[in-house]
Design a protein around this ligand. Structure first.
Ligand code: NCD
Length: 331
């Protein structure tokens, strides 16, 4: 129903002057623009003293979180990001809204627009929904994709590369493995776009055969079914959850044995390069795709990813709603 067409979305994403109008996908984003967003996130981290000082860049603006799927990190960090920039935030509660009375998605959006808002942050199980909303808006509101189906999660891709570049600023020599349910992962797709755009040449994708996308979807990535081979010498391991809520019955791997073949254990991590960084977008399933000791280990960046999510979302909101504003503190 939502015509998930990347070309159309890429056309929607920028205005005629080339400015970011919506954030729907990282596909096709120029490296300079991506780096500028990351620099902006770092600048806002400094200006807000790590998020402890409120800023007023978005004073008087209204951001509506429209989450049709569960979320802990993404929704909270969008909420905090907008509030720390001085915006008013509405966390629209789908379960107690007129959606349950049969109101359509667009009628809901147009209703909220009639009350005036500056941005919609949208998460939906159907790929293409944020673009669909962006195409049918009545106002100049911006749409930010907070995860659509298995397709894109652009702010997660940005926060992952922001986190990584703080530890490994030169991406060109990095060997990175992404392991897990790649087929159903919007995080994997946005990470792949971000990492490739910023110059990662050795990118390895590892999954059981039924959880890999079509072989031609990611040109330039090396495909593995054997995690011991894929992780050999890697500098970074990005682990993914089994997203059973998106799987067809035949794709669900047996849980017994999954960790043994595809889980990141302490022992398997020793096959990677010394100091291999461990990443995961969360939520993690301990003992399923990652051992608890690895998730909590000294090379785990998992909670840093969460922290950086707030700064990336501040940067994207500022870029969309106040592109020329310079941050100043309100207190
Ligand atoms: C992910 C998502 O919802 O796409 N989580 C997140 O946003 N950090 C990944 C997942 O649910 O496995």
């Amino acid at each position: 129903m939502h015509e998930p067409d990347l070309a159309i979305e890429a056309g929607l994403q920028y205005d005629s002057a080339g400015r970011l109008r919506h954030l729907l996908t990282l596909a096709g984003m120029a490296p300079e623009r991506m780096r500028a967003l990351l620099d902006r996130a770092d600048a806002l981290r400094n200006a807000s003293r790590g998020g402890t000082r409120p800023l007023d860049l978005l004073a008087g603006r209204t951001v509506i979180n429209l989450f049709f799927e569960p979320s802990t990190r993404t929704r909270t960090s969008f909420d905090l990001a907008a509030q720390r920039l001085g915006a008013q935030v509405i966390n629209f509660d789908i379960a107690s809204s007129s959606t349950v009375k049969g109101e359509t998605l667009l009628d809901t959006v147009h209703t909220l627009e009639a009350m005036h808002c500056d941005a919609f942050v949208v998460r939906h199980k159907e790929s293409g929904t944020p673009g669909f909303i962006a195409r049918h808006l009545h106002s100049r509101a911006a749409v930010l994709n907070a995860g659509d189906g298995n397709r894109a999660h652009p702010t997660q891709g940005l926060l992952d590369v922001l986190t990584l570049r703080r530890h490994r600023p030169d991406f060109s020599e990095l060997r990175i493995v992404i392991c897990g349910d790649i087929r159903h992962s919007r995080v994997a797709r946005s990470d792949i776009h971000a990492l490739r755009t910023l110059g990662v040449a050795d990118l390895r994708l590892c999954a059981p055969p039924q959880l890999l996308p079509a072989t031609d979807e990611f040109p330039g990535c090396r495909i593995f079914h054997n995690f011991d081979e894929a992780i050999a010498g890697a500098d970074v391991a990005i682990m993914l959850r089994l997203q059973k809520e998106r799987m067809e019955h035949a794709e669900i791997p047996s849980e017994a044995g999954y960790f043994e073949r595809y889980g990141l254990s302490e022992q398997r991590l020793r096959r990677a390069a010394a100091g291999c960084l461990v990443m995961h977008p969360g939520p993690i399933n301990r003992g399923m795709e990652i051992a608890a000791g690895v998730a909590d280990g000294q090379h785990s960046l998992i909670l840093e990813q969460v922290a950086n999510g707030v700064f990336v979302r501040m940067a994207v909101l500022a870029e969309l709603l106040a592109p020329d504003a310079v941050p100043s503190m309100t207190a």
